[in-house]
Design a protein around this ligand. Sequence first.
Ligand code: 3HC
Length: 675
Amino acid sequence: MTSPIRTERHDDILVIISDNPPVNALGAAVRTGLEGAIKQGVADASIAAMVIRCDGRTFFAGADITEFGKPPVEPLLPTLVDMIEASSKPVVAAIHGTAFGGGCEVAIGCHYRIAVPSAKLGTPEVKLGLLPGAGGTQRLPRLAGVALALELTAKGDPISAKKALDAGLIDRLAGEDSLEADAIAFANEVKTKRPIPRASEREVAADADAVASFKKDNARRFRGFEAPAANIACVEKATSSSFADGIAFERQEFMRLMMGVQSAAQRHIFFAERQASKIDDVPADIPLRPIARVGVIGAGTMGGGISMNFLSAGIPVTIVEMQAEALDRGTGTMRRNYEATAAKGRMKPEQVEAAMAALKPTLDFADLAECDLIIEAVYENMDVKKEIFTKLDGIAKPGAILASNTSYLDIDEIAAVTARPQDVVGMHFFSPANVMKLLEVVRGEKTAGDVLATVMALAKKIRKVAVVAGVTYGFIGNRMLMPRQVEATKLLLEGATPEQIDRVHVAFGMPMGPFQMADLAGVDIGWHRDPTRIENIRDALAAENRWGQKTKAGFYDYDEKRTPSNSARVAEIIDDFRKREGVTPREITEDEIVARTLYTMVNEGALILEEGKAQRASDIDVVWIYGYGWPVYRGGPMFWAQSEGLAKVVAGLEQYGFPVARSLKDAASSGGRLK
Ligand code: 3HC
């Protein structure tokens, strides 16, 4: 096998080049090649300095994550980085693209760094439940100070080359198109300079204030995660120990995290997210339909949010409403949302104007004829949707993709009213649509492969994580929500309180429990609106106008600032209901809540897989992580079930009398996996 590493001589400068597509991950072959090339440069008396650079779209984007969990192969990355740093001849890192993780560690193991202005540097290991384990936690603070090292390692967000320059993490910027030449010139400048600057030989002072305020500012973000604290501890260690002791501590913490279930979960999600964009039976190279303009029907909360996704990505939108007032209200809300983003410094005023200028509000349905993709986002009513799609069929240009944002309704039934069911697809955005990352792409029976592929590719462009779902009531996410809601309400009747159930879910890591979510979404959602018909506790609440946060009362009471408190009235309502049903309340344990509100979701997920309504178990995990805030460190419901033990899940379901999905039972008894 040819090595991904080659060298080129430029007089007395040895340029070491990696070509390991797609992202120059530092796999075994790359490490071996780099080790050999550095040795060659050091040994060759006619070489004065070296440059390390990468071909393709990026500098090393990190260790090769696919090697994790497998037996280690020499040379290990930390050893390689130490060897580069120990070189008796200066080594310059020439950076473009993303110098991430192990790539960033190689760069700071080099003696000098030069980067193109568009490059980014970062250590995102924490997002994989890890820490930079090739000396990064010890070299970063020594080069850039404690505060920035904490930001980089414990939060894992990258910084621009400019910021890296200001922080002393890189030495200079190269021309955007002249990286190699500029790096060689830099190497020529420094080739005789002594002593050679080595990050490990520097010292960094402790900064207790920076650590304390960093912890305080990020407490919410880090809740439940193990890796941030380990990153912080390593950075602190750099300020109090020798480099060698710091490295030993980093190694120990890295191995501890690597063996843990959180990192396994987060690595699972990294690959699951990328896998989700692949459609099993559609060729990866299928020609896509061009999408130059998007149409959105409905300027309500959903329609507005959906439109913003495209406008922000530079794709013009035609938005249609029936009444001028609703249209003005909708576009006004979009502008206000953009302006709020700009006020927080996350958008420039001119970007707000550019986005709004690309929006064409209209009352004329016929204007949709110019659109390549039209998304219907009106309220959930099959008759209304059918009427709209019938109209669209007459207006849309041939080949235009016709999408519905329905969250429950049958896409096939909607498609059947058109003469082009192959062009019809579901695009289920999650609210707020301009913020939530998930997009369920609903594949109808007749949806064409290129339509599906086009929508999946477009989703990436608007920075969504898209998952393909089949036609089934509630698709993947909302269908799995149903057993949870039903069981949570039954548990109330049997003796639990809303706060008890919510507490279990929040402790599990969910952003909120089922009743907090009901109060936020609206207790009246799906209510029959007949106050005399009280069939369950939800009906009883709705009948008393306890519709949730919007009426300042739901499963909880709310004050002016929407701070919740337990409600005596709700306790009474639940009690009345128990009496009416002849139920004597009993003690409900945490295990029962977990089995009935979480295991039941796993069971529903297994049914979805059996029915072929999701392509793979990991897609279900992606839906729950990105659509409902399932804690990423638990890897999504299907991964979590696996780590919980499928036999335990099955036993829990059986204990409470649930019919268990065949595939779940089979996987549990054979020790297999849900696929
Ligand atoms: N190892 C192995 N494969 C990787 C990889 C890595 N570090 N990074 C990306 N890939 C793969 C992806 O799985 C994907 O494969 P696929 O095409 O088969 O699905 C392919 O490369 C392209 O990746 P993306 O689709 O993500 O491409 P983008 O252009 O959108 O993004 C990127 C590029 C910003 C580099 C992004 O891939 C990324 O963030 N990668 C991970 C970076 C990272 O976490 N690095 C740290 C690794 S851990 C480490 O270094 C430990 C060390 O401290 C000891």
